[in-house]
Write a protein of this length. Sequence first.
Length: 296
Amino acid sequence: MGKRGLWLALVAGAFGAAALCAALPAAASGSTAVFHARPIAVVAANKSQNWFGYNQGELEKGSTFHAITATWIVPTASQRVAGQSEYSATWAGIGGGCVDAGCVVVDNSLIQAGTEQDVAANGARSYSAWWEVLPGPSMSVTSLLVRPGDHMYLSISESSHEVWQISLQNQTRHQAFRESVPYSSSYATAEWVDEAPVVVGTNSGLAPLPNLTVTHFDQETVNGVNPGLQASEEMDLVDGNGSVIGTPSAPDPEKDGFNDCAWASTCSAPAASTSSTSLVRIQTRWLTVGGPAQAG
């Protein structure tokens, strides 16, 4: 095993459940708290119990990952089971995924940011933004308003050795959040996914997933270039019986975007990428919000 392979093996076992739970803040009202930080829960190649979307790995692509971008449309959540609290997260990040195409090696480092779409037991819906690095807890971005149908843009990049810049923008509402975060990554995977996040506290485990409208991911890059998405990089969400309950579409014609469909076994691909011209024009007028990085 080479030096790089040894590092991947060490990182894969470095963070355990105990460390994750120890980093969590107390749950509201002593009941439950949502905690996104969980690497992919692999069932088999292209199958997971918590992610659905696209995953690229170092051993598959022959390169490491130091920057990632994406846009997506915030999906609308609705209650699937009456009286049940349900949770979902939409995000992109570096680390936490399958390093090889067969998903034999999984990376447990992870830096990510995205949106959350939840439904309370009484049917009330909530939407929010967040960022996170393992093994720390999810950090809420309370200054960004998020609503279904909003167009989000995310950039995560390593600006200097082990120092990362996170930029999360709501392009619909002309708001932006930026954070500088020191983090030691394995650089081994890149992903764009919807997730059934981890819930800790009462009824802990992988969260029940609500009904979601189609999530449209687009304008994706890795290391500043088109990721060239391939069907072999698709990741399906499966239930305890192995049945597919969430799946991505084939890549769009530019191979930099796709649709993600919850509670479905098939998903139609988007026709083409969305033009970014109008988004660039208004960027200089946006309100930027943020502050010093918060410790995990």
